[in-house]
Design a protein around this ligand. Structure first.
Ligand SMILES: C[S@@+](CC[C@H](N)C(=O)[O-])C[C@H]1O[C@@H](n2cnc3c(N)ncnc32)[C@H](O)[C@@H]1O
Length: 303
């Protein structure tokens, strides 16, 4: 991480500013083994179980002989990645929280965009950092942190992406609030949650793979070479996505920095569709406040 990017980090204990990874407020010092700042604080048993799972099974896996053009080709086949790339301005400051092995972060870190990829699981981040070095992508930094006590500066990011993550936490509503406060006022938060119906093909593939003792893993070059996943593993991340626009105004109920009308609840819930017609405006063009997700989604706000 470049020293100029340390300004995007914060103390996970007190949210104080970090100077050379030392908190200016509470004085705690942090380390950055292998160049990945460790800004994770001790957590509850559930978070620890999730962390251990993804430490053993980093997701998403890298295919053998991967390359930057191959990563871009994969992303080009993903409507979600394409839509994000299309919507996010080339000079935006982007945070992907729960980035796993950082493939989306690496894909988005083009032009003048700066991307921070954060995750609980260090082995995933090590793969991400190694891929960044292999591909020569310099405008991305990886940080080990828990989204519920994030070692990241509040209200700093133009776009915060959190896909396939909130439903792993004990209290997704509180987790949403924690993630939301990282977006700058007028910034955008993109949330992806698992969708039961969209996961049906994945379940079929997994069933077939199990039936054949993982000798045949249909339509998946990564899993085909990865072998059986740990028991209970949910590999594959089929999500519905919702975008939220931050206003910097606190929601009285969940304390997320999102405007709400008097009757809304600010609860994230699965979106029905991803709309490419919702461009994310450039940081130089401040966004106006919104009281609802940008995509037309089945969100929880009772307007
Ligand atoms: C299903 S993977 C999704 C990875 C990536 N976002 C994607 O869509 O491919 C879930 C990721 O969330 C991370 N995660 C789970 N709980 C987290 C938390 N409390 N804070 C940060 N990351 C978390 C896990 O370590 C894992 O890498």
């Amino acid at each position: 991480m470049r020293s100029s990017d340390h300004g995007l980090l914060a103390c996970p204990r007190c949210a104080g500013e970090l100077h050379n990874l030392r908190c200016g407020s509470c004085g705690v010092e942090y380390r950055a083994p292998g160049g990945i700042p460790d800004l994770r604080v001790p957590s509850d048993a559930r978070t620890e179980a999730v962390r251990e799972f993804y430490a053993r099974a980093p997701f998403p896996g890298y295919p053998p002989r991967d390359s930057l053009p191959a990563l871009h080709a994969r992303a080009a086949r993903s409507g979600f990645a394409r839509a994000l790339d299309h919507a996010i301005p080339g000079d935006a400051l982007v945070l992907e929280i729960g980035c796993g092995t950082g493939q989306l972060s690496l894909f988005l870190a083009s032009a003048d965009r700066r991307v921070v990829g954060a995750d609980l699981a260090r082995p995933s981040l090590e793969l991400a950092r190694a891929a960044a070095a292999r591909y020569g992508v310099r405008s991305v930094q990886f940080v080990e942190t828990d989204l519920r006590a994030p070692g990241l500066r509040r209200a700093a990011f133009d776009v915060v992406i959190c896909s396939g993550v909130l439903h792993h936490t004990a209290d997704p509503r509180a987790s949403f609030a924690a993630v939301a406060q990282l977006a700058r006022p007028g910034g955008v938060v993109v949330i992806g949650l698992y969708n039961a119906y969209a996961r049906v093909p994945l379940r079929l593939r997994r069933g077939l793979a199990r039936l054949t003792g993982f000798r045949w893993v249909p339509w998946d070059p990564v899993l085909a070479t990865a072998g059986p996943s740990p028991r209970g593993a949910k590999r594959g991340c089929v999500t519905s996505t919702t975008m939220w626009r931050s206003t910097g105004t606190r929601c009285a109920k969940c304390s997320a920095g999102f405007a709400k009308t008097a009757s809304s609840t600010c609860a994230p819930s699965p979106a029905r569709s991803w709309r490419t017609s919702n461009p994310i405006s450039s940081p130089s063009r401040p966004m106006t406040g919104h009281s609802r997700p940008l995509s037309r989604s089945s969100h929880g706000c009772a307007r």
